[in-house]
Design a protein around this ligand. Structure first.
Ligand code: SF4
Length: 596
């Protein structure tokens, strides 16, 4: 879609990016200085030339109810459609010379965001509407890569642009700088009525919005004006729309006024609360800015400046005290339940441990070659000092495969329940970095198989969690899907594995199990040998001859599917906990195997 049209005036083109709707003569630019009539079209001159790129906390935008505690890649260009005399970014916004030292394609920007562990891309610093042709291309690609898009704007977009944004932009922070029409016209070169219309349109289209008002002493800080702003937000948008009160400091051409006092911010805060606004924040003043549950007043996010210090949310979206659903767009992350016990919570320590395992394999001339393409592994799940070597040995054989998704299937140790749970959390926060959950595939599984549901409480399970540091280290770009099973027949789990083998060549399967528990070393070896034989022969009858394993359902499901799809199998490592404890009276058995 183009954001220009021939003007009714001869030889001119109309730019439809913002409410100025500039009629631009040939070879001239509009008010913003960066959109130019080049004859048959209007060219956005800053396309590919951001003036600033930073990875910021999303709280800095400010957005307090949108993916808190995540980073956002923030970009801005030169130029602006407003001329605010107090602009704190005037170095770029009021600049029109475009530095073309380096071209950043939309692909480059998305890669930068992913490389910097950002969850979103923010179009900010200057007014993003003026470079929307660039944004729409980046935002589309960002979405395809699981990133969200954020607009930080003065709210003067054209209706065409906001309507187009509905499919691309997830959140916006919009300035509501005053409630005085003359002020908007005289100081900013804008139009209050159009801004109000736009805010309502953002809301109507379902884009999450937060509002910012820069409180300037003696300019827009009268009680009446602040009441008008807060009543508009409460009545025309929603009482759940966060209102950020930002302290002014003298800048650019407005050097004759003092900084906003904490007292003024407090007065504005009280006015906002009196209007019924649930979330009012005082920014730019180094104060605590906690988010409280609108029902029970419990702090759910304790925050100082941009840093969240305490997070009291349940499953990411509920107050942990009263279960009220919180307003905003929150990530639901699967938090780790056994880091610091089963494995270290330090990525450096985990890396050191993996390097140590690798060096043992190297010294032993471990043979990584396989006569088949790997499709699945069996991996143990005890503390890394016990079973980490066995797990690492099998993961080290997967160096040449690049799965899009790892499907991890393990038994529940802490919860008794019927059937199985597929995790619908969005992220898997391992100490080695975040793994994105493949929600498309997880949703597909949940919808297709009636024995699968999502029970959040059971996803504090170590059988699957202990695989995550290996997955993040060996497959940094892969997504994850976690299935934890309770009381279920192996035939049901086998249906899922069959479907992967049949239809999803880029999904790799990890079946988690330990073997016998707490027998003497000799007894354990006898029992475990049955399991090893069954896995080697892919024979369920052998497995049923007395084999003991906590993840038996998963292993039997894999053996069944392996027979259906004529896979091969190879045992990679077997040992018991006695190797570490030297206690032969009471051991646990560990196996790793590869199938393909
Ligand atoms: S973006 Fe706005 S200010 Fe710039 S040329 Fe287009 S209509 Fe004019």
């Amino acid at each position: 879609m183009n954001f220009y049209k021939p003007s009714q005036k001869q030889n001119k083109m109309t730019c439809t990016l913002c409410q100025h709707y500039c009629n631009i003569s040939l070879n001239k630019t509009g008010i913003c200085g960066v959109n130019k009539n080049v004859g048959d079209k209007i060219e956005c001159l800053v396309y590919g030339y951001p003036a600033v790129i930073n990875a910021d906390p999303v709280e800095k935008k400010p957005l307090y109810h949108f993916l808190p505690q995540t980073k956002t890649l923030s970009i801005g260009t030169v130029g602006c459609n407003f001329k605010c005399s107090f602009c704190q970014n005037h170095g770029i916004s009021q600049e029109q010379t475009i530095k073309k030292d380096k071209y950043y394609s939309p692909e480059d920007i998305v890669k930068l965001a992913l490389r910097n562990d950002c969850e979103s891309i923010s179009y900010t610093y200057n007014e993003p509407t003026i470079f929307y042709p660039y944004i729409k291309d980046i935002a589309k690609l960002a979405k395809q890569n699981g990133l969200k898009n954020v607009f930080v704007s003065n709210g003067f977009e054209s209706t065409e642009v906001i309507t187009h944004m509905a499919d691309l932009i997830d959140a916006a922070n919009i300035d509501l700088k005053s409630f005085d029409k003359e002020y908007y016209k005289k100081y900013l070169g804008g139009d209050l009525d159009k801004l109000k219309q736009n805010l309502k349109l953002f809301k109507k289209l379902g884009i999450w919005i937060e509002i910012t008002t820069l409180i300037i002493p003696k300019l827009n800080d009268s009680n009446e004006e602040l009441q008008n702003i807060s009543n508009f937000i409460a009545n025309e948008l929603s009482v759940t729309t966060p209102w950020h009160l930002s302290a002014f400091h003298p800048d650019y051409k407005m050097l004759d006024r003092p900084r906003t006092s904490t007292n003024s911010l407090q007065i504005a805060y009280d006015i906002g609360k009196k209007a019924g606004l649930k979330y009012v924040y005082m920014g730019n003043a180094g104060l605590q800015n906690n988010s409280k549950c609108p029902k029970c007043d419990e702090i759910f996010l304790q925050r100082i400046t941009y840093k969240t210090t305490i997070d009291n949310r349940k499953y990411g979206v509920q107050c942990s005290s009263c279960n009220t659903k919180l307003d905003g767009v929150f990530k639901t992350a699967r938090t780790m339940s056994v880091s610091d016990t089963f494995y270290s919570s330090s990525s450096a320590d985990i890396k050191k441990q993996f390097n140590h395992f690798d060096s043992i394999l190297k010294d032993a001339n471990f043979n990584k070659s396989l006569p088949f393409i790997p499709k699945a592994i069996i991996s143990p799940h005890a503390g890394f000092i016990y079973s980490g070597f066995t797990a690492n040995a099998v993961y080290s054989m997967l160096e040449n495969i690049k799965p899009t998704t790892i499907l991890v299937i393990g038994p529940s140790h802490k919860h008794r329940f019927k059937n199985a749970s597929v995790s619908m959390f969005e992220d898997y926060n391992t100490p080695c970095g975040n793994i994105k959950v493949d929600l498309n595939y997880a949703n597909h599984l949940k919808n297709k198989y009636d024995f699968l549901d999502f029970y959040p409480a059971v996803h504090n399970e170590h059988s699957t969690e202990t695989q995550a540091p290996f997955i993040k280290s060996k497959f940094p770009d892969s997504k994850i899907v976690e299935i934890i099973y309770g009381n279920i027949e192996h035939e049901k789990i086998s249906l899922i594995i069959d479907e992967v083998l049949e239809k999803y060549p880029r999904i790799f399967i990890v079946i988690s199990t330990d073997l016998s528990h707490f027998y003497s070393q000799n007894e354990a070896k006898k029992l475990d040998n049955i399991c090893l034989e069954a896995i080697k022969m892919l024979d369920i009858d052998t497995w049923n001859k007395g084999c003991e394993a906590c993840g038996r359902v998963g292993v039997k499901a894999l053996i069944k599917s392996a027979n259906n799809y004529k896979l091969n199998s190879k045992i990679i490592d077997y040992r018991t906990s006695a190797d570490i404890t030297n206690d032969n009276n009471r051991v646990v058995g560990y196996v790793s195997a590869i199938l393909g």
